[in-house]
Design a protein around this ligand. Structure first.
Ligand code: FAD
Ligand code: NAG
Ligand code: NAG
Length: 506
């Protein structure tokens, strides 16, 4: 009798296909979830609205945080999950969901390893604003040749891995691009799939055993009934660093199902997006990677003076620019089109530290930077007295050499100071809408919860579509980290729950 029962159970497992999880959004959260599910033996249908996977994840340029990694140890950097947790809470003014932050920090070294395992060479670290130690892992800059931007490479390697798995086992992974989710389908209280529309306007339903939302944030949702109008009226006219697909559709669709939203008015303005001299008023701007300041770039205002700690929190640096840096006149490098703006300064040494190929992309391809032979020339272009810029740089040198305290509280001084007699590269930078801290509330298993705090059965979420992890202000490098950590958790818990449910139905 017992052996018959065991036989029936074994056969059932063999005959019943593993559950299918529908993942919506092909950014880092969506691909991390997909890889986790497939690795655990499940099947994935990945729905992506754009022509290809990538999302804002492919634009990331500063890297991913990990605390206590092998890479840090090799470089002699002492770090721990506790310290990352502390920095994250401090940056977020303790508005963060503490349980989620703990999970984020404790899984951070593993997350970096997860990406290294698919072939991403994350063997250099950056110091980003608001961090106690260098822990933002990125790809070492090649001395020459093409730069390898971290986000783009991460997304490429993950897709390659998924494609390889699909080649061996075509059932395991199906990608539907140019397919937009328009609704979530529920049956008897359980989420069983999504409604989609193709580019041709054809509607259909995609069903499975669980749904993971990985649709990203809403930094580009500017329409009259969009989430920025609803939660960020004051900043609606700021430019954005995000792709146009960041419209918060996952947030809006889940909300209509009763999902709880958290921190929606916490919208991060990144202090430094490049003003393109060819199009100074453009609404979409190129990010001036935080790694530039992490490798020693300085910020001055159009009076030729420093006005803040270049490595302060993003919200701090943004406020300093808005309050202590006027708009820049057209006569200097095309000006800032009426927006409060800073001038970012680099030297040959800081460029070398940042990576020349990546810098050349900004300077030669995009022409964001202009070279001056010395500080006098820069001052002349700015229309200020030469002695002002010279003493700004001399002062900073004294602070760098620890002869003076920084009046703005800078404690870590990367690479080197900039000398008034050496060539100086200058670019205009302005604050831009960059990241939305708010979104769907999730629990420790990445389950989306409703207004009453109960999980919505079958619905999971990860990445920028969720809220809570970052509190009031996100630390650089914590978003890619969140995508990997909670993407994998969503994949694991969504798949396990679906598998249990399908077995108990037998
Ligand atoms: C320029 C830039 C640089 C950055 N640099 C860093 C960095 O160095 N480190 C860091 O940690 N963070 C960085 N960030 C933030 C980070 O990149 C993002 O927050 C993160 O990548 C979000 O990942 P995600 O998977 O949640 O969403 P995304 O990567 O944006 O992916 C979401 C995907 O969902 C798709 N989608 C949306 N709606 C639908 C729908 N209805 N149906 C189907 N598909 C849909 C989108 O097309 C998109 O492909 C940067 C952001 C930008 C814009
Ligand atoms: C996406 O592909 C379509 C063709 O199917 C093309 O017309 C469109 O320009 C592409 N969009 C982007 C952003 O590349
Ligand atoms: C810098 O010096 C070079 C040669 O010494 C000169 O041609 C160039 O015009 C100078 N740059 C500026 C901005 O004046």
């Amino acid at each position: 009798m017992l052996s018959v029962l065991i036989w029936v159970a074994v056969m059932a497992q063999v005959l019943v296909a593993e559950p299918t999880v529908v993942v919506v959004g092909g950014g880092l959260a969506g691909l991390s979830a997909s890889l986790e599910i497939i690795t655990e033996g499940g099947r994935v249908i990945l729905v992506e609205g754009e022509n290809n996977t990538g999302g804002n994840s492919a634009k990331a340029s500063s890297g991913i945080n990990g605390a206590g990694t092998d890479v840090q140890e090799k470089l002699g950097i002492r770090d721990s999950p506790d310290l990352l947790e502390k920095d994250t809470l401090s940056a977020g003014d303790n508005e963060n969901d503490k349980k989620l932050v703990k999970i984020l920090a404790e899984n951070s070294a593993d997350a970096v390893q997860f990406l290294r395992n698919v072939g991403v060479d994350l063997t250099d670290v950056n110091l980003c604003g608001g961090h106690s130690v260098p822990r933002t892992h990125w790809i070492p800059s090649p001395k020459e040749g093409r730069p390898i931007p971290a986000g783009f490479e991460i997304m490429k390697r993950l897709r390659t891995r998924l494609n390889e798995i699909q080649e061996k086992n075509p059932e395991s992974f199906r990608l539907m691009t140019q397919t937009k989710m328009t609704d979530i389908i529920r049956k008897e209280g359980k989420v069983i799939g999504v409604e989609v529309v193709s580019v041709e306007g054809e509607k259909s339903q995609i069903t499975g055993d669980a749904v993971i939302l990985a649709t990203g944030g809403f930094s580009a949702d500017r329409s009259a009934d969009g989430l920025l109008t609803e939660y960020g009226k004051d900043i609606l006219d700021f430019p954005s660093t995000n792709g146009p697909f960041a419209r918060g559709e996952g947030v809006k669709i889940a909300r209509s199902l009763g999902a709880k939203l958290i921190g929606m008015d916490r919208i991060q303005i990144h202090p430094t997006a490049f003003v393109d001299p060819k199009d100074p008023s453009a609404g979409t701007k190129f990010l001036a990677a935080e790694a530039l300041r992490g490798k020693g770039a300085l910020l001055i205002n159009s009076d030729g003076k420093r006005f803040g700690n270049e490595l302060g929190r993003r919200d701090y640096t943004t406020r300093r620019i808005l309050n202590h840096a006027k708009p820049i006149e057209e006569s200097f490098q095309g000006g800032s089109s009426g927006r409060h703006a800073a001038v970012m300064l680099m030297s040959e040494a800081t460029i070398d530290a940042f990576g020349r190929p990546a810098f050349n992309f900004y300077a030669i391809v995009k022409k964001f930077f202009v070279k001056y032979n010395n500080s006098d020339e820069l001052a002349k272009a700015l229309g200020v007295d030469g002695s002002v810029v010279k003493s700004t740089l001399d002062d900073y040198k004294d602070i760098f050499d620890k002869k003076k305290e920084d009046p703005f509280g800078k404690k870590v001084f990367p690479v080197s100071a900039i000398s008034p007699t050496e060539p100086i590269y200058a670019a205009i930078v302005v604050p831009a809408i960059h990241y939305t801290m708010g979104g769907l509330q999730i629990d420790e298993n990445a389950r989306v919860v409703d207004e009453q705090g109960n999980p919505i059965i079958g619905l999971y979420a990860a990445g920028e579509v969720t809220g809570g992890v970052h509190g009031s202000n996100r630390l650089g490098g914590n978003s890619l980290l969140e995508c990997v950590v909670f993407g994998r958790i969503a994949g694991h818990s969504g798949f396990s729950a679906a598998r249990e449910a399908s077995r108990s139905e037998l």
